[in-house]
Design a binder for this molecule. Structure first.
Ligand code: G4P
Length: 191
């Protein structure tokens, strides 16, 4: 997606060979115009799939997921990483291990919002090792719902996430695919 790649080139900051900082438009400050384009692109890629729900994870997945939900006309659920004061329903829970942060967290969604008849699109901001997407897929499987695919805003293609999720049988659509962050420079996968 050209507008996204352009934004990464102009406003992304390469922090190391593994980490790209995108606080200017995705992870802290949010660019709503870009998010709207991202939502339209996800909707175009997954239209005609009978999607009934979008599931993402707080915090940075919410903006692109909501925009995609607006385009597709379906509700968006974000899995919580922290205990909520009001979320006391029966919960589906999954453990997510982050190789990047070397921490394990439990994510949860209420069983009120997802049912066996749902056709779910998973959306997240970054794909590194695929553990967050796998945790979301676990929650969806607990509800016996169907997973249509996984939409990612920025994929770090030099990490293992994409291959890992495809091996598990999921369709992965990434709007920007980064081949390398070496030498402080972003290069994209040529498609
Ligand atoms: P994985 O789910 O693909 O296995 O990824 P990983 O555990 O490595 O990532 C953990 C967190 O770090 C996630 O955010 C993910 O979005 C973020 N992350 C991974 N690589 C990068 C990167 O190169 N740049 C940036 N900016 N973030 C990265 P999180 O902890 O869930 O945070 P948030 O959603 O609340 O922002």
């Amino acid at each position: 997606m050209q507008a996204l790649e352009q934004k990464i080139l102009t406003e992304g900051i390469v922090l190391s060979d593994n980490v790209l900082k995108v606080d200017a438009f995705l992870n802290h400050q949010i660019d709503p115009v870009l998010m709207q384009k991202i939502g339209k692109e996800f909707a175009a890629r997954f239209k005609d799939q009978g999607i009934t729900k979008i599931i993402t994870i707080e915090a940075s997945g919410i903006a692109p997921a909501v925009m995609a939900g607006l385009e597709l006309g379906v509700p968006v659920i974000f899995a919580r990483k922290y205990q909520s004061l009001t979320l006391k329903d029966d919960l589906y829970r999954a453990k997510v291990y982050s190789f990047t942060k070397q921490t394990e967290s439990t994510i949860a969604i209420s069983n009120k919002h997802i049912h066996s008849t749902d056709n779910v699109l998973i959306i997240d901001d970054f794909l590194a090792n695929g553990q967050a997407a796998l945790g979301l897929a676990d929650l969806i499987h607990q509800a016996n719902a169907n997973i249509v695919g996984i939409g990612i805003v920025i994929e770090k293609s030099f990490q293992t996430g994409r291959e890992f999720l495809i091996e598990k049988g999921y369709r992965v659509e990434s709007l920007a695919r980064i081949q390398s962050l070496n030498d402080g420079k972003v290069t994209f996968v040529q498609e």
